[in-house]
Design a protein around this ligand. Sequence first.
Ligand code: R7I
Length: 290
Amino acid sequence: MRGLALGDAFGETWFFRPAEVLETALVERWVKDGEWLWTDDTAMALSLLQILDRHDRVDQDALAAAFAAAYAADPYRCYGASMHDVLLAIGQGEDWEAVTRRQFDGMGSWGNGAAMRVAPLGAWFADDLDTVVSEAVRSAVVTHAHPEATAGAVAVAVAAALSVRGVPGDEFIAAVVDRVPDSEVASRLRRADRIASSSDPRHVAGMLGCGKQISAVDTVPYAIWCAAAHLDDLTEALWATALAGGDIDTTCAIVGGIIGARTGLTGVPADWLSSCEPLPAWVDDISDQP
Ligand code: R7I
């Protein structure tokens, strides 16, 4: 959870910067002064973690209510465009399944929002990949009914579980894709698996996308490739991920969640940690549990 929030807040400091500014700043390793605020990626991951802590599984009604309550308490966290309607309607008592299914002319959202929040779930159930997959799906469909959004969530949750398990980088993407349902996300992951880990992320983003379309397809394979290339170094992974631009807070949240599940915040510079908006105190109580 802390890796996800750090990635989200780090990425948000770069969001919507012109490519030239981004490139110079990232190559020179310049970081923004002042507080780095996390966004909807972290807000929704916190709700999901809270439900896991209370129920030890994804109680979908409770999760929908938690998402809606967090949105009502703080709607200015840069939520995806359709989430305003979805979370307001759920907060007003509408059935989450009906609200979620009717998005985008009945197709459901293919946005990256179900994937961006799910890494802590993968870590939670890391001992049992079947449960990782089934609970990731149950968590995704509460807001994202499209199969590509669900496939993206499965991929990220499995990646976080494999990260906890210590799977090495050269086996990582193949092990993830093995568990992802047939989809465009899966086929781009297979493409990602053929790209050398030493490649320039900007080149990789040209082949896989890097979230410019805010879809799971355009976001998740790139983020998992970046994570696999730097599995033991969260800081380096975030620099590399941001370099390509795109939906940086979300690609970095996914990468931070996956690698943080393995390394915690080890090696992250102290000034990054002090810049990042703190998480609620209850997160510490969860991580203190055996
Ligand atoms: O997926 P979602 O929660 O967005 C998350 C992103 C992250 O980057 C957050 O940090 C935040 O900035 O937004 O929100 P959605 O609105 O469900 O999906 C995101 C966007 O994907 C939508 O606003 C649409 O532009 C696009 N999209 C679709 N477009 C056409 N048809 C999602 N589903 C469709 C679709 O079916």
